[in-house]
Design a protein around this ligand. Structure first.
Ligand code: GDP
Ligand code: IMO
Ligand code: MG
Length: 432
């Protein structure tokens, strides 16, 4: 039995979906614990490509049960769309997908508010999925949970109350009556759709743990988008870090045995905000095209940077990451010497711990070193020794610099393009 958390170690899109899918083959449960359909986890299985937003990546494996935990914000319409979309692709969610009764629901006015704020001139480049405004309601104690959504009387009362509270902002966009109409237009059908999936998922997971089953907790986003420890305010509104896995799934922190971080062999970020190791545009543009670095959810081009050891050390410490899975090593092939950011410089000072100050985060310049590059097709490598020597050395160098082991190296989107270096790591070995 093992309880493993898979966290994004950068600004999201590290390849969590692929790694979770790889490990989920031996998991009885996969659970999402935060975020919502702002996430986009791409999983490639043979010729098929799945883009998951709300549903855990374990859904693609017949034997795996999946949980959307109470820390997630759930848009009922996006949920239905994703379930039905998967069904069209031959994946059934019935009796193997469970939604927490405590998850908060995203309603049309949350999406309107997200858009309004983004367009106000103070935007941070959100996905405009209503994530932030829904979490705001949760914290303000006016949120509507799945269990409330399932009770029409309560739901009606809460919507009326919330529209009143948000009326000043909302009325700038549309008449309140038309927003209310939108909320209720498909309500009965959505409520009936969600009902069979709604469960006490904390209880479900605890029972699985009691039965000594393998549970995988799948983060959305990444450490640097964490509400507390990311590049605030250019962050998402939840806790993707490992600490969030306990509060967002309702299992005890003491049950979590292993934290696996996922990092690209370089760095990307979507949206606005500080990005100290961002590359000059020519090299960045080249890597973006080579690595198909466009958002799974919004299609926006991802900003590209070199691997950033300052940022990664921060992520490792904050989540207590025990080991790293490094993805997209293949993308660096044939791109010349590899640039790595080993520290920041700000006003003549060298910075080696990720700074809190938004001014320093924005103004810090990367101290970049160059390592020997490599070329050739890495996608066909199945063992570490199949990789070009310089590619092996890059991984070994990262291990040494970060004082962490890298048991998994990914060299392509397909499941088979996953190199396992050391499956003897205790907790990980239950999954491989
Ligand atoms: P996530 O949000 O962390 O799950 O990551 P995304 O799915 O948003 O972005 C990662 C992208 O890289 C997806 O299109 C994956 O199919 C792809 N991918 C994952 N691992 C690798 C890899 O090792 N090499 C290449 N070339 N693509 C990869
Ligand atoms: P996955 O799970 C990358 C970014 C947005 C924006 C900020 C806040 O695929 O790694 P939000 O809509 O959450 O309020 O936007 O967070 N963001 C992501 N960036 N990957 C994601 O998810 C992201 N989810 C949100 O671009 O900068
Ligand atoms: Mg993604």
């Amino acid at each position: 039995m093992s309880i493993l958390v898979v966290v994004g170690a950068q600004w999201g899109d590290e390849g969590k979906g692929k790694i979770v899918h790889f490990l989920a083959r031996k998991a009885q449960y996969v659970a999402r614990y935060q975020g919502g359909n702002n996430a986009g986890h791409t999983v490639v299985v043979g010729k098929k490509r799945y883009a998951l937003h709300l549903i855990p990546s374990g859904i693609l494996l017949k034997q795996t049960k999946n949980v959307i935990g109470s820390g997630v914000v759930l848009s009922p319409s996006a949920f239905r769309e994703e379930v039905l979309g998967l069904e069209k692709q031959g994946i059934s969610s019935r009796k193997r997908l469970f939604v927490s009764l405590g998850a908060h629901v995203i309603l049309p006015y949350h999406i309107l508010l997200d858009g309004l704020r983004e367009d106000s001139g103070r935007g941070i480049g959100t996905t405009k999925r209503g994530i932030g405004p829904c979490y705001e309601d949760k914290v303000a104690r006016i949120g509507i949970r799945v269990c409330d959504y399932l009770e029409p009387e309560i739901f009606k009362k809460l919507v009326a109350q919330n529209l009143k509270i948000r009326s000043a902002e909302l009325a700038r966009l549309k008449p309140l009556s038309s927003i209310e109409k939108e909320v209720f237009s498909d309500y009965a059908s959505l409520r009936n759709f969600i009902k069979p999936y709604a469960k006490d998922t904390s209880l479900l997971l605890s029972q699985a743990i009691e039965r000594k089953e393998n549970v995988l907790l799948e983060s959305a986003q990444g450490a640097m988008l964490d509400l507390d420890f990311g590049t605030y305010p250019f962050v998402t509104s939840s806790s993707p870090i490992a600490g969030g896995a306990a509060t967002g799934s309702g299992i005890s922190p003491s049950a979590i045995e292993f934290v696996l971080g996922v990092s690209k062999a370089y760095t990307t970020r979507v949206g606005l905000g500080p990005f100290p190791s961002e590359m000059e545009s020519k090299r960045g543009d080249y890597l973006r095209e080579k690595g198909h670095e466009y958002g799974t959810t919004t299609g926006r081009p991802r900003r590209i940077g070199s691997l950033d050891l300052v940022q990664l050390r921060h992520a490792i410490r904050i989540s207590g990451i025990n080991a790293l899975a490094v993805t997209k090593l293949d993308t660096l092939s044939g791109t010349g010497p590899i640039e790595v950011c080993v520290a920041y410089k700000w006003k003549g000072k060298t910075i080696s711990d990720f700074p809190w100050s938004r001014k320093i985060q924005q103004e810090a310049r990367p101290v970049v070193i160059r390592l020997p590059g490599f070329s050739g097709d890495l996608g066909s490598a199945r063992h570490f020794s199949d990789l070009p020597k310089a590619a092996q050395n890059y991984i070994l160098w990262i291990e040494k610099k970060l004082k962490i082991s890298i048991p998994t190296v990914s060299v392509g989107p397909d499941l088979r393009q996953t190199i396992l270096r050391d499956s003897s790591l205790d907790a990980l070995s239950s999954f491989v």
